[in-house]
Design a protein around this ligand. Structure first.
Ligand code: NDP
Length: 432
């Protein structure tokens, strides 16, 4: 803690992983001898930089940019960029730390990293977003590369931002290096299914969880938080599996639509008009509740897909009382530690983001494979690969939890499964 003062979210993420590792350290003391835990907590490299840009009124604006290259034991650093005013080093480090274990769990050859900026894209014009992205990449380009570090999107960074970032990288380096970023557009090196992958993957994971309890999505009441990339695609896949998705949200409030969310309207409002869910509620004639969290409406399946620490003990209690069966995290660390404990004690199946939302980064790795072979796969093929990976991550979590004496714990299975893979590579590579 003393080495990383004030980085609350980072401390929370580290504690959550370390709490699971007792059984593995007892069984394999070589990890302790080689100081694997201490090394894993210290990023290999942390870059913080100034991002100056000029707004539409001609004023100079200054933001702070970050890239934390956490671990390259398994492959090039891989992880998204987040543009949100709440971004500071503690957020980037928590996300980077989580990413190391998540990427390991996918079984793919990717290390972990994360980056971003305290830039707020909300209310900014297209031109402002472009100038910001160009300035951000003017520093970042010297640290990234197909074999070094491969960023992608996250909160506030979607296809538009990846386009501006890639354009500036290409311009500065004079290289059409498709593999340097993932989440690209389909006509310039992107992969089918990448946009959908995190939300789809989370639902495929939850489907597998339900199956272990002899249940399915069919007819189940589902509540999703957020209305961004992950949330929209989680809603789409859950509906395709027969679920009744009744609510979603943004940072201002939530919408309750007992007839079931109208996905076309939601996409129009969010993706085309970049408006709030209150506008959806108004047009649809659904209930809008400002300033409150979506969990109070109750559900059989809860999919937190917005941001960290958005589902607390109080929310968990309300969900359990409404007959909750499953929580699968589409976002990173959305459930507070006290809420996780409450859900587990109540017998709810709970899957942490590093397992349940691994479909996004896994499909990024598939995009890298397509870029490397100058190929592009069909939607069906890529989605089948995604489904196979999610089922594999799910089953590996359960098998690992069994092996280490904590049967049924997706938290322990994910943390131990990811840790062992990274730790073994670190032992093999020596003290570096
Ligand atoms: P988007 O920017 O597309 O959407 C984010 C959504 O969450 C918006 O509805 C936003 O509301 C809401 N939100 C953001 N910050 C807050 C906050 N502080 N309080 C309440 N609501 C908030 O991001 P994504 O959908 O891409 O990402 C969502 C989550 O999924 C994040 O935790 C991210 O790390 C995780 N994730 C994303 C992956 C991806 O492939 N994109 C991969 C793996 C994980 P508003 O519009 O009002 O800000």
């Amino acid at each position: 803690l003393a080495r990383n003062p004030g980085e609350r979210e980072f401390h929370q993420a580290v504690r959550e992983v370390f709490d699971s590792l007792g059984p593995v350290l007892a069984k394999h003391p070589q990890y302790v001898d080689a100081a694997v835990l201490e090394r894993l907590c210290e990023p290999e490299r942390q870059i913080i930089f100034r991002v100056p840009w000029v707004d539409d009124a001609g004023r100079v604006q200054i933001n702070r940019g970050f890239r934390v290259e956490f671990s390259s034991a398994l492959g090039p650093y891989k992880g998204g960029l987040r543009f949100h005013p709440s971004v500071y080093l503690g957020i980037v480090k928590f996300l980077g730390f989580e990413q190391v274990f998540k990427n390991a769990l996918t079984g793919m050859p990717i290390g972990g990293g994360k980056g971003g900026s305290d830039f707020d894209p909300r209310g900014r014009s297209d031109g402002e977003v472009m100038r910001f992205c160009q300035s951000f990449m003017t520093e970042l380009y010297r640290h990234i590369g197909e074999h070094t570090d491969v960023p992608a999107g996250d909160i506030g960074v979607g296809g538009r931002e990846i386009g501006y970032l890639f354009g500036q990288y290409k311009r500065i380096t004079n290289r059409y290096e498709s593999g340097v970023l993932t989440g690209k557009g389909l006509t310039w090196g992107g992969s089918l299914v990448r946009t959908e992958a995190t939300g789809y993957g989370t639902v495929l994971f939850a489907e597998r969880m339900l199956a272990t309890a002899g249940a399915s999505f069919d007819g189940r009441r589902v509540v999703v938080s957020g209305a961004g990339n992950v949330a929209v695609h989680a809603i789409e896949k859950a509906q395709a599996l027969g679920a009744h998705v009744v609510a979603c949200s943004d940072s201002a409030g939530y919408v309750l639509d007992e007839r079931g969310i109208d996905l076309d309207l939601l996409r129009q409002v969010r993706e085309v008009e970049r408006e709030r869910v209150s506008v959806y509620a108004e047009r649809r004639g659904a209930t809008y509740v400002p300033g409150r969290r979506v969990w109070e409406v109750g559900a059989h399946v809860a999919l937190p897909c917005a941001t960290q620490n958005e589902l607390d003990e109080h929310d968990a209690r309300a969900l359990v009382d409404s007959g909750l069966l499953v929580v699968a995290e589409g976002a990173n660390m959305p459930t507070t530690p006290a809420a996780v404990a409450l859900l587990q004690d109540a017998g709810v199946l709970f899957a942490p983001g590093k397992a349940a939302n691994a479909g996004g980064v896994a499909t990024s790795a598939l995009e890298m494979q397509q870029n490397a072979s100058r190929d592009s796969w069909t939607f069906e093929h890529t989605e089948a690969r995604l489904a196979e990976i999610m089922h594999d991550v799910h089953d590996r979590c359960l098998a690992t939890a069994d092996e280490y004496g904590v049967p049924g714990s997706y938290v322990a299975g994910a943390n131990i499964g990811g840790f062992v893979r990274v730790a073994d590579a670190m032992l093999a590579l020596g003290v570096i």
